[in-house]
Design a protein around this ligand. Structure first.
Ligand code: DX5
Ligand code: ZN
Length: 220
């Protein structure tokens, strides 16, 4: 069976010590860097943009998983490819022509991800699931780190897993928001493949150990 993956969210890093925190992730058991880009329009917060991602890419030695919380993401697909993104995730709610957006992402040699807000039903991906490499189920309302996990996510994981199996797709399921050692095992048992963890990792006293434990729990 494939390993379950851990993706620390850089949103919770210390931006005044960004290189130090990136090196920590490089030296850890983590699998991906999760990078949250917010525009202050799609979500009520602004995180960081292209120059910061460029700086991160220079040091990051693992897969760069970019989560775009921006309206009309098609405008920047090529730019994010040039900045070193390996996976580019757009929000279902932000795309008028999702199928076209997914093809454009893939034409830039990136994996294509789609994120669903907590209110967005999994069944809306019925006609696109075979074109999606990663579905990011938001287990908090996007915009901020450190929020509590929304329990109804478990049901959505099961629905999504059923859809993927029924359609014969190879889509990975990612969970984003409020992930800790307390819910990691249950998330993986429900069908999750990738766990994003921001505050749980970066606010802990021993970040390397926290990542190691989380990964071990997810793969137990
Ligand atoms: C929220 C972001 C998440 C966030 C998760 O909008 O998409 O990636 O950083 O943070 P935690 O793990 O603290 O909930
Ligand atoms: Zn995210």
């Amino acid at each position: 069976m494939n390993s379950k993956l851990i993706a620390p969210s850089i949103l919770a890093a210390d931006f005044a010590n960004l290189q130090r925190d990136i090196e920590m992730v490089n030296n850890s058991n983590a699998d991906w860097f999760h990078i949250d880009i917010m525009d202050g329009v799609f979500v009520p917060n602004i995180s960081f943009g292209m120059p910061v991602l460029k700086a991160i890419s220079k040091h990051a030695k693992k897969t760069i998983d970019v989560h775009l919380m921006i309206i009309d993401p098609d405008r920047y697909i090529k730019t994010f490819a040039e900045l070193g993104s390996d996976i580019l995730t757009v929000h279902y709610e932000a795309c008028t022509h999702l199928h076209r957006t997914l093809q454009t992402i893939k034409s830039q040699d990136m994996k294509a991800g789609v994120a669903l807000n907590p209110h967005t039903n999994v069944s809306l991906l019925e006609d696109t699931i075979n074109d999606i490499d990663l579905v990011c189920l938001m287990s908090v309302n996007p915009g901020f780190g450190g929020q509590s996990f929304i329990e109804s996510t478990f049901n959505k994981i099961k629905q999504l897993k059923d859809l993927i199996t029924r359609k014969g797709a190879s889509t990975k399921i990612q969970i984003d928001g409020g992930v800790t050692n307390k819910n990691a095992k249950q998330l993986v048992d429900a069908g999750a493949d990738v766990l994003v963890a921001g505050s749980y990792v970066f606010k802990s006293t021993n970040q390397l150990e926290t990542i190691k434990d989380l990964r071990a729990i997810a793969n137990s």
